[in-house]
Design a protein around this ligand. Structure first.
Ligand SMILES: [Zn+2]
Length: 273
């Protein structure tokens, strides 16, 4: 996320100190998605998602998974086409049947992360990667402190969230949304569905927030995400928020050292084997 639009009162923490406010860097105040401020994503994604989920539930009433998959085989026949057709219908079933992948309260995807859940209003429950494949990691900088970022994503009125928040001074990681679920962080619905979002405490115009501890901890986190989901470690798949299509943002800012970061992720990924 980039900055806090003046009109978005929900994003503005009380107190107004430098630590709790965006710098006003002149970036576009809000993406078309309604994303903005000390928070990304959000907005219409949630409303659309709920409508879609409701429609999906109605459509899928009475359709068993077995019937669907049997149908897939009949439709597709043998061979590669049949397999992809089946896979496609399998995803469809996971999206619309109302089935949910098992989840354990408080369980985190990244070992060592602290579970600090975002408000349920700021995410869409899903069963990734069964319903939506994950092939991107989106790097953000919130223009806010770690604590303020957590508070904003816990606020149900904000309509935005992220999977992880990394603290500048020591690289501590909070997980706020399960990788199973869709966090509203990218300001682009298709990107939200396919990605994992990570906020890094700090401001784009204050490179002193980009500590060694934060880079290293984030690299370990991203190496694990890439390993879990089979995501290649490169700049096509690990992107900045500003690189998401149709998003006008500076996030994570020009000081972010991409070469060093990708190198760190690669060495962490190699260490995982
Ligand atoms: Zn961002």
């Amino acid at each position: 996320m980039d900055r806090e639009p003046e009109r978005d009162a929900a994003a503005r923490p009380r107190g107004g100190g430098r630590d709790e406010r965006g710098p006003g860097d002149g970036a576009s105040p809000a993406a078309e998605s309604g994303a903005g401020g000390a928070v990304d994503g959000g907005g219409p994604d949630g409303r659309r998602a709920r409508r879609e989920a409701e429609r999906g539930e109605r459509r899928s009433a009475g359709v068993s998974r077995r019937a669907l998959l049997t149908g897939a085989v009949l439709l597709g026949g043998a061979g590669a086409f049949g397999y992809s057709r089946r896979e496609e219908l399998d995803r469809w079933w996971w999206r619309y049947s109302g089935a949910a992948a098992p989840r354990v309260e408080g369980e985190v995807d990244h070992g060592g992360a602290e579970w600090i859940p975002a408000s349920g209003a700021n995410l869409r429950r899903a069963s990734r990667p069964r319903d939506f494949g994950i092939d991107r990691v989106v790097v953000h900088m919130p223009e806010a402190t770690y604590d303020v970022t957590l508070r904003v994503f816990q606020d149900p009125s904000h309509r935005a969230s992220t999977h992880y928040v990394v603290r500048s001074e020591d690289g501590h990681v909070a997980q706020m949304v399960r990788e199973l679920d869709v966090a509203y962080h990218a300001g682009n619905r298709a990107f939200n569905e396919r990605s994992v979002g990570i906020e890094h405490e700090g401001w784009a115009d204050q490179p002193e927030y980009l500590t060694e501890a934060m880079y290293r901890s984030s690299a370990t986190l991203v190496a694990g995400i890439c390993a879990r989901h089979g995501i290649p470690v490169d700049r096509d798949h690990i992107v900045g928020h500003r690189e998401v299509p149709e998003v006008v943002r500076v996030c994570p800012g020009s000081a972010w050292d991409w070469d060093r970061y990708i190198e760190l992720v690669r060495s962490e990924r190699d260490a995982l084997g």
